[in-house]
Design a protein around this ligand. Structure first.
Ligand code: WTA
Length: 637
């Protein structure tokens, strides 16, 4: 085991101390020992967080796929790299060895090249969770094209916005994707998206479901035709450390999603480091992260982290509820999964089902459990611990973000203590701090404030694609010289962190970041809507749910409500995606506003949360009378 993977609390303390005392030496020793480089760096770190400008391993050259694939071929070439478990439990799983992975990625890379893709191009990937999705992502990295994966649950409008923002020239998609009993018509959605995007010159279509689709002559080609023609050797493109590896969109406080940019070397180094430390992966373990590759968790901890560590990583195409609520547990038994990493929302949904769904399966292979994406409540944590881990598996509660690229605060499985509802301690190299409202760092150990990170780490996002000014304003202006996470946190006397939730206009619903402004924009498109305000409120399964307050335009009577609610739901679904649909829609004659006309979302949030005693003074509002009307019309479950 590498000296960089903590085996005891003392070793963790030692690594942490070294990483803070001399971060540059720490990361350079790790990078030097644990990866293959085509050329070593000239400078380990160069940064100015006020600009912000961040460069790691400047001057180095590498290709991440040589580290994720080629270097394993002589040692563990026959070991399974990816286990693919299809949506339908009766369809045979696939075991893709590192040698097979090399062949498939190289062929895909040559296919993309033959279709005109080259280094620096942006390639949009809108695919179901099939092995070909993994091949395409890695093939992009192999040829130096920048991948922009769009989650296959997004609407055509979201897809076209993302394609346009990154000016992608190629789209890789599928005819359709299986999700439980349903098929998502991906190609049809993509066709709609492409009506408004003329930057896409080439569309590659994987046949997955066999549903009827139309192919546009000259633009669309079938994956199997092109793939079969391609050669299985493709040299890895030489990439500079700070060349872009990928763009991944995440919701922001304005309606427009942010294309977070990650670069080659730092991202590779930190996803490997964090994967091996947090999960304590041992050679031969079967590791399963249930996220979709459309999210950062899938990028970092289904693909790049595990593959660069030579792990066996499981990819599941389907949903936890199909064919029944025991599917996750069935898969764990079937593939003898040792490490299982999922979201609190999935745990809560599964915990609400009959225990027989769990107890029909043998889960004794499990050694380590993990959670990600939102705070885990005590009840869900205890259920996970008792019924899934049988009180024998450490649970790592991993706090991080699309922007951070890798896990930042988490216990280390079986090495540092896990404390229910706490993400606990920062990983080596990570320097979190809490800020008070006047912008000063809080020095007392036991405290609560806004969570920032005060020193660079290798996998931090470098910019927002095409908008460095927004990057600076969103993350670096609030607390100058520090990265502001947008989360609030508490710290106990031993330095353990507990994330309390977002302090901005982002709501985490079922582990997905939703920008309230983006939902409002979609709602406001409806001709009968004058104005809207969207807030989050606590929900027992989803963590948070969406409450929309709407002032209708023109004549309005209550009989119109059901059909309007339905239309608005469809509008939001079609504009952003079904995950953003409001759970409650209340119509009101007015929204509370300040005298300068700003909607007071804080008051609306308190009403949605049913914390009516915490509304504060409403008498200074422009229209205080509407508050009582909203309270009287409040929608309850
Ligand atoms: C939230 C997902 C509490 C947090 C990797 C963060 C969490 C946002 C946790 C990022 C956790 C993520 N405990 N909250 N363990 N993990 N979050 O970009 O609010 O999809 O800012 O990245 O999820 O979500 P994102």
């Amino acid at each position: 085991m590498s000296q960089f993977v903590a085996q005891s609390k003392t070793q963790y303390d030692g690594l942490y101390e070294e990483s803070i005392k001399n971060p540059e030496k720490f990361w350079s020793d790790f990078a030097e020992n644990e990866f293959i480089w085509q050329k070593k760096w000239d400078k380990i770190l160069d940064f100015d967080l006020r600009k912000p400008s961040i460069k790691w391993f400047e001057g180095a050259q590498l290709n991440i796929t040589e580290n994720c694939i080629d270097r394993h071929l002589d040692t563990i070439g026959d070991q399974t790299a990816i286990i693919f478990e299809p949506n339908n439990p009766n369809e045979a799983p696939q075991h893709i060895s590192y040698c097979d992975l090399a062949i498939n990625v190289n062929k895909t890379a040559n296919m993309l090249k033959a279709l005109g893709a080259k280094k620096g191009d942006r390639i949009c990937i809108y695919m179901p969770m099939t092995p070909e999705l993994a091949y395409t992502v890695l093939a992009c990295a192999r040829i130096g094209a920048i991948h922009s994966v769009v989650f296959a649950g997004f609407s055509s409008k979201s897809l076209s916005d993302r394609i346009l923002d990154a000016q992608c020239t190629m789209l890789v998609t599928a005819d359709g994707g299986y999700r439980g009993q349903k098929i998502t018509p991906l190609k049809e959605i993509a066709d709609q998206a492409l009506e408004n995007t003329d930057c896409i010159k080439q569309v590659v279509v994987l046949k997955r479901t066999g549903i009827n689709i139309t192919m546009q002559e000259g633009r669309d080609v079938w994956w199997h035709n092109e793939f079969n023609k391609a050669n299985d050797e493709c040299p890895a493109e030489v990439m500079d450390a700070e060349d872009m590896l990928f763009i991944l969109y995440t919701s922001g406080s304005t309606g427009k999603p942010k294309g977070m940019v990650h670069t080659c070397a730092g991202y590779m180094v930190y996803t490997n480091f964090s994967f091996r430390n947090v999960f304590q992966y041992q050679q031969g373990d079967v590791y399963w992260c249930t996220a979709d590759i459309g999210w950062i968790t899938g990028h970092s901890y289904i693909l790049y982290g595990p593959l660069s560590a030579g792990a066996t990583t499981l990819m599941f195409e389907g949903v936890p509820s199909y064919p029944d609520m025991g599917r996750f547990w069935q898969i764990i038994e079937k593939h003898k999964v040792n490490i299982f990493y999922t979201a609190p929302t999935a745990i809560r949904a599964l915990a609400s089902c009959d225990l027989s769904f769990v107890n029909s399966y043998n889960l004794s292979s499990l050694k380590t459990l993990g959670t990600v994406g939102e705070p885990i409540n005590l009840e869900a944590w205890q259920w996970y611990d008792e019924h899934i881990g049988k009180k024998e598996c450490p649970i790592v509660d991993t706090w991080w973000q699309t922007e951070t690229g890798g896990i930042m605060i988490s216990s280390i499985a079986g090495v540092t203590e896990d404390i229910p509802t706490f993400a606990t301690l920062p990983l080596p190299g990570i320097q979190p701090c809490l800020m008070d409202d006047s912008g000063n760092e809080i020095q007392e150990k036991e405290s609560e404030g806004k969570l920032c990170i005060k020193y660079p780490w290798p996998s931090m996002a470098r910019t927002i694609y095409g908008d460095h000014q927004r990057f600076k304003e969103t993350y670096y202006n609030t607390f100058e010289g520090n990265y502001f996470t947008g989360d609030g946190a508490k710290r106990d006397k031993n330095g353990n962190y507990r994330i309390t939730g977002r302090v901005d206009d982002i709501v985490i619903v079922s582990g997905h970041n939703l920008g309230t402004a983006e939902i409002e924009n979609a709602i406001n498109e409806h001709p009968r809507v004058a104005e809207s305000a969207v807030v989050g409120y606590p929900h027992s399964i989803k963590g948070n749910a969406i409450y929309a307050y709407i002032t209708p335009r023109g004549e309005f009577d209550d009989s119109a409500i059901p059909s309007l609610q339905k239309e608005i739901n469809e509008l939001v679904s079609g504009t952003i995606g079904p995950i953003s649909k409001p759970d409650k829609i209340q119509f009101t004659n007015g929204l509370p506003k300040t005298r300068s006309g700003k909607i007071m979302r804080r008051i609306l949030r308190k009403i949605a949360e049913n914390e009516l005693d915490k509304l504060g003074d409403t008498s200074t509002l422009l229209n205080p009378e509407c508050v009582q009307e909203i309270i009287d019309g409040r929608l309850t479950d």
